[in-house]
Design a protein around this ligand. Structure first.
Ligand SMILES: Cc1cc2nc3c(=O)[nH]c(=O)nc-3n(C[C@H](O)[C@H](O)[C@H](O)COP(=O)(O)OP(=O)(O)OC[C@H]3O[C@@H](n4cnc5c(N)ncnc54)[C@H](O)[C@@H]3O)c2cc1C
Length: 360
């Protein structure tokens, strides 16, 4: 009898894992959204809404054998998953990949794909009408957004505000400095070491003024709050022994277990094994997860298997500034415009994720 695996959440972890186990286990993927949301393309979609149709990919062709349940899980226990409507999905193993939430128009609120489309169009129209743009938060999303707007709308006055002393403070100085120089060359003003004291919204762009920690005031036609992801951890939070770390994530042990339940694993943004909240981290966790589940199905004990080893904070990252420019930190070296464009900037991995979801 094939083992039953319930996967909660069909993001980068859930969709890929479900497909890779589709032939070896009885897979049930629980996902309330109609479409997979390819986050890296959602940044450029703000300046080019035509990208939306490729960034939002229908789930319906993902699995050949397994079940895709368009539903939200409301509880997990050792025997399976309970859905919001009370239905039960019995399972031998459960993998939680409920990911994280982010401000509009980059990720949907809950499962509202139509709401995400509307937000994209609204913000694009606001952006077209805006002359001055403030971006609060200079992580990868804020930095890329500044680069995309500067590329597509070079006459806009863009200000990127960071609480840190430089871009990407955890990575070699050369990397952040190269990106900063390219943004400045494109006319972007960078403000470092300042926090916005009076953000009116953390969840969507708005028109207003910002007071920074040095007391200065700045008016903007459009302010983008891009302050990072927050994990969707409610389901795992309630499991015995679960512990929260930062950004609402749940600590996992070296075998990606978030609780004392031996058959529940968690990966991606919701789980904190010492990796950042990135697709790059999920991509390292996936092969481990896949072979651990195959080992479990073959009767091995999880803690007799090799533990997962995280990237840690110095993981690779590719930061395009529009389709042509950018820099990448590739652990052993940093790359400039050409490699960043070829690896990510041109296509934003769209082909790879269309292939995953069995779309032409
Ligand atoms: C704008 C943006 C751009 C990004 N670009 C990059 C990039 O270029 N490179 C990179 O490495 N990282 C990037 N990231 C980070 C990346 O998107 C995340 O690390 C990634 O989405 C995490 O994948 P995941 O599978 O853990 O969760 P998610 O992709 O968040 O997917 C979680 C899924 O779980 C579902 N779910 C939630 N709760 C439930 C529930 N109760 N029941 C059932 N299903 C549920 C959701 O509907 C969702 O489909 C970006 C993030 C943003 C916001």
């Amino acid at each position: 009898m094939p083992k039953r695996i319930a996967i909660v959440g069909g993001g980068y972890v859930g969709a890929r894992l479900a497909k890779s186990l589709d032939d070896t286990a009885e897979v049930t993927l629980i996902e309330p959204r109609s479409h997979f949301v390819h986050a890296p393309a959602m940044i450029r979609a703000v300046v080019d809404p035509a990208l939306l149709d490729r960034a939002l990919i229908p789930y319906d062709r993902l699995l050949r054998n397994g079940r895709l349940l368009r539903a939200r899980a409301s509880a997990i226990d050792e025997g399976g998953v309970t859905l919001e409507d009370g239905e039960r999905v019995e399972a031998d193993y459960i993998v939680v990949g409920t990911g994280s939430s982010y401000a509009l128009p980059f990720k949907p609120m809950g499962d509202d794909i139509e709401g995400l489309r509307r937000a994209n169009h609204r913000v694009h129209d606001q952006l077209r009408a805006a002359r001055t743009i403030g971006i609060v938060g200079a992580g990868a999303v804020g930095t890329e957004l500044a680069g995309e707007i500067a590329h597509a709308m070079p006459d806009r006055k863009i200000t990127l505000i960071s609480a840190h002393g430089r871009l990407f403070p955890d990575l070699p100085e050369k990397f952040g400095n190269a990106l900063a120089a390219k943004l400045q060359e494109a006319g972007v003003t960078l403000i470092f070491g300042q926090r916005a004291r009076n953000l009116q919204s953390l969840t969507e762009p708005y028109t207003g003024s910002l007071t920074l920690s040095d007391g200065t005031g700045h008016d903007f036609d459009l302010i983008f709050p891009v302050l990072g992801s927050r994990a969707n951890s409610d389901l795992v939070d309630r499991l015995p022994g679960a512990q929260k770390t930062t950004a609402n994530r749940i600590k996992v042990d070296p075998w990606l277990r978030p609780s004392s339940l031996p058959n529940v694993l968690a990966a991606g943004d919701v789980a904190d094994p010492g990796d950042n909240m990135t697709i790059v981290a999920a991509s390292r966790q996936l092969p481990w997860l896949e072979s651990a589940l195959k080992g479990l199905m073959a009767g091995k004990r999880l803690d007799a298997m090799k533990p997962y080893r995280p990237w840690g904070p110095r993981a690779p990252i590719l930061v395009p500034l529009g389709p042509r420019r950018g820099n990448s930190f590739l652990v052993w070296f940093t790359a400039g415009d050409f490699l960043t464009r070829k690896m990510k900037g041109e296509d934003l991995f769209l082909k790879r994720y269309h292939k995953l979801l069995n779309r032409a």
